[in-house]
Design a protein around this ligand. Structure first.
Ligand code: NAD
Length: 352
């Protein structure tokens, strides 16, 4: 089988996990890199032994030596770069979120159909070992019908600043950045039900709290504590046509005791916690039991999940199999995220 020749577009923080995973995959070869910042692209090219640093997106799209691209750029460029790459005959792995708006997401979906190439959305949590194990239990009926899920991803202090804090480039704050992951993972594990209604709230009460001292947090390269146009917290209740519901809250900052991540699913026969650590809950012999699977990654592990995600993408491109995180799921998640922002803005429930 021929190797998949991959160009990574956007050479910032998350790109390292893409570069490393392609480098570890014997069926892929890192053939190029492009970033607005030539310096950053050259640095990554040197680090990962990549020969070609491109000068423009067009050069990447027109190069017949590139089979696929990984898009690791700011959110406002995801749709445009995806469409350009598909048009140039490339397969696409695009970081989450698929786009900033539903209209853009639909255009990407149309391009996938038109140019008949693989597009995988970077819903990396779907590829984590704890998710795969839980999905296998759900598929074999261990939880019965999942009718309720609850997820939280709360940072007490963690607005990364830079483009993340600029609504024009990010599309929003913790909802589109962190909420996208936990909403997707619940929706996916609930069996991708059709959305019926959404109510939600976004808050801009605390700002980015650039004043706080003595506590480290992740900062974008162009961090500037004077700039912030995104919400600092959000919550939402999403109901589905099958009667199930999902309750979510997220924050970049909140007066919380500590950071926390929780993903819980409740079904007619059993329940599960995916995060902070996989555990299954059941009832047997009139007794409630908690089952602790013995696996390497009980919690989300970045390196493991990104390797699985990229291995899966490479296989899909080379064999033509459908990705586990296809474009239509990216569109559905964009509808949910946009629905939450709309419900919050209009201060009323949004109906689908
Ligand atoms: N899956 C995950 O868990 C995860 C984690 C972090 C970030 N992300 C996503 O990855 C993307 C990048 O995030 P990051 O943290 O690496 O940001 P970053 O700011 O560290 O890096 C982004 C890079 O993209 C470059 N860039 C932006 N637009 C470009 C364009 N049109 N052409 C070429 N280069 C361009 C910038 O110069 C920068 O070097 C975002 O969409 C983010 O949501 C995903």
């Amino acid at each position: 089988m021929k190797q998949l020749r991959v160009c990574v577009i956007g050479a910032g923080s998350i790109s390292d996990l893409h570069f490393q995973a392609y480098r570890n995959n014997p069926d892929a070869v890192l053939s190029g890199v492009f970033d607005y910042s030539r310096e950053r692209a050259e640095e990554k090219a040197q680090k990962y032994g990549i020969d070609h640093v491109y000068n423009s997106l067009e050069e990447v799209f027109n190069d017949s030596d590139v089979d696929a691209v990984s898009i690791c750029t700011w959110n406002d460029t995801h749709a445009e770069i995806s469409i350009g790459a598909l048009k140039g005959g490339k397969h696409v792995l695009v970081e989450k979120p698929l786009s900033m708006t539903v209209a853009e997401a639909v255009k990407v979906e149309e391009a996938v159909r038109k140019y008949n190439k693989t597009l995988q959305v970077g819903f990396v949590r779907r590829f984590a070992t704890n998710t795969k194990v839980l999905k296998s239990f759900i598929d074999s009926g261990k939880l019965g019908e999942v009718y309720y899920a609850k997820a939280s991803c709360l940072r007490r202090l963690g607005n990364p600043g830079g483009w993340f804090a600029d609504k024009e480039r990010s599309g929003g704050g913790p909802l589109i950045d962190l909420g996208v992951h936990i909403i997707d993972i619940c929706w996916y594990l609930m069996g991708r039900p059709k959305v019926k209604t959404i109510s939600g709230n976004t808050y801009r009460q605390l700002g980015n709290r650039g004043n706080v001292e003595n506590l480290r947090f992740y900062k974008a390269a162009d961090y500037d504590k004077g700039k912030n146009t995104v919400e600092d917290a959000a919550n939402a209740l999403i109901t589905f046509e099958n009667g199930a519901s999902l309750l979510v809250d997220v924050s970049f900052t909140l007066h919380a005791k500590r950071d926390e991540i929780q993903v819980k699913l409740f079904g007619t026969k059993g329940g599960a916690e995916l995060e902070p650590e996989l555990v299954l809950i059941s009832e047997e012999n009139d007794t409630i039991i908690n089952i602790h699977p013995q696996i390497d990654h009980l919690s989300f592990d970045f390196t493991n999940a990104f390797q699985n995600e990229i291995d899966s993408f490479v296989t899909c491109c080379l064999t033509g199999t459908k990705p586990l995180a296809p474009v239509e799921d990216g569109v559905e998640i964009m509808k949910i995220l946009a629905g939450i922002y709309e419900a919050s803005e209009k201060k009323c429930e949004v109906t689908f």
